[in-house]
Design a protein around this ligand. Structure first.
Ligand code: AMP
Length: 324
């Protein structure tokens, strides 16, 4: 268990106090962002049916199976409690006006880069934000009891952020999963959502297997241009299915996807992953951030992509030398 009693007391007293509670999460949401956001929404709404609990941010098609966002206006924020889940820095919060409520709470599991909010429940040792929301319910003394609907959302968040319990789950991860699986949920159906692909996505995986560059330094890289996405009729979100292909390739310790963004000057979204050296400092040096083993950044030119490659090769070479 990670969260302090003092943090829990403040959180529960503010949830009790405010009639409107608005929950945000980060842009480009993944299942943990939506799972923690909507999971918390369902928990509060169930415990306080007379309060207005709203979810803010844009919806993305691939995750509509998890639930929908609410329509919000500036007026909703008057005297509202605002909670942000799964978002390390304010720049990445999806939705406007988040700082116009009465109080702001951050609940996050990323490395702390931006200390925002009147209350911060920030634990990088948690493997997902959904794990933290589950702990909050578990330690609420029945003030936010778990429900089946919240369990499905939170379980999806945990499954996604741990890569189906592959990426460094801790005893606390399994403790949370135990609570959720104990509810009436269909875990098989939830995990199937992560494994099924469309035929065009299967073909796109073929492209990735052919084109990933495996460098002798132990770094793998893949450039995904707009043209490729058009050729395969693949959205940027859907490119996610090829991101972790190098994780199972012997001798590879770090890997990166450069995803071309729309616009005249090529700019690239940079998705960095590692099973060896920490890579978040490279992301931070290129306008991004994230976790030690999973980070994101931006490259404004081909030169910046090359710089990132050079930096990755350096840290990976050093890591390999220390392994020997
Ligand atoms: P992604 O590659 O988009 O799945 O991101 C991996 C991790 O890095 C997630 O935890 C993100 O929250 C974080 N991240 C991605 N892009 C950025 C960014 N531009 N700034 C800060 N953190 C980021």
């Amino acid at each position: 268990m990670l969260i302090t009693e003092q943090e829990l007391d403040t959180l529960f007293s503010w949830i009790e106090e405010y009639d409107t509670i608005i929950i945000h999460r980060h842009v480009r949401p993944d299942p943990d962002a939506i799972g923690s956001q909507l999971g918390l929404k369902v928990l509060i709404q169930n415990a306080y049916p007379n309060k207005r609990i709203l979810a803010a941010g844009t919806s993305i098609e691939s995750l509509t199976w998890m639930g929908k966002m609410d329509d919000l206006s500036k007026d909703d924020y008057k005297d509202a409690l605002v909670i942000i889940t799964d978002t390390a820095n304010q720049e990445r919060i999806d939705g406007a006006h988040y700082d116009e409520g009465a109080k702001l709470i951050k609940i996050d599991h990323h490395i702390v880069v931006d200390e925002y909010g009147d209350l911060q429940i920030a634990y990088p040792e948690a493997t997902s934000a959904s794990q933290l929301i589950t702990e909050i319910s578990q330690r609420s003394n029945d003030r936010l009891p778990m429900t089946d609907e919240a369990s499905e959302l939170l379980y999806a968040g945990i499954v996604a952020d741990t890569g189906r319990f592959l990426y460094s789950p801790t005893p606390d991860t399994f403790e949370a999963a135990k609570v959720l699986v104990g509810q009436d949920i269909d875990t098989r159906q939830i995990t199937d959502r992560f494994s099924e692909t469309a035929i065009k996505e299967a073909r796109f995986q073929g492209f990735a297997y052919e084109n990933i560059e495996f460098h002798e330094e132990g770094v793998a890289s893949l450039l995904i241009t707009r043209e490729i996405m058009e050729d395969y009729d693949i959205s940027e979100d859907a490119t996610n299915i090829v991101l972790n292909i190098p994780s199972n390739v012997k001798g590879m310790y770090t890997w990166v996807n450069f995803i071309e963004q729309e616009g005249d000057n090529p700019k690239y979204r940079v998705r960095l992953r590692s099973k060896g050296p920490a890579i978040n400092h490279i992301a931070q040096a290129h306008g991004g951030g994230g976790h030690a083993m999973a980070s994101g950044a931006k490259a404004n030119s081909t030169e910046e992509m090359e710089e990132i490659m050079k930096e990755l090769k350096e840290i990976t070479t050093e890591y390999k030398a220390n392994l020997a």
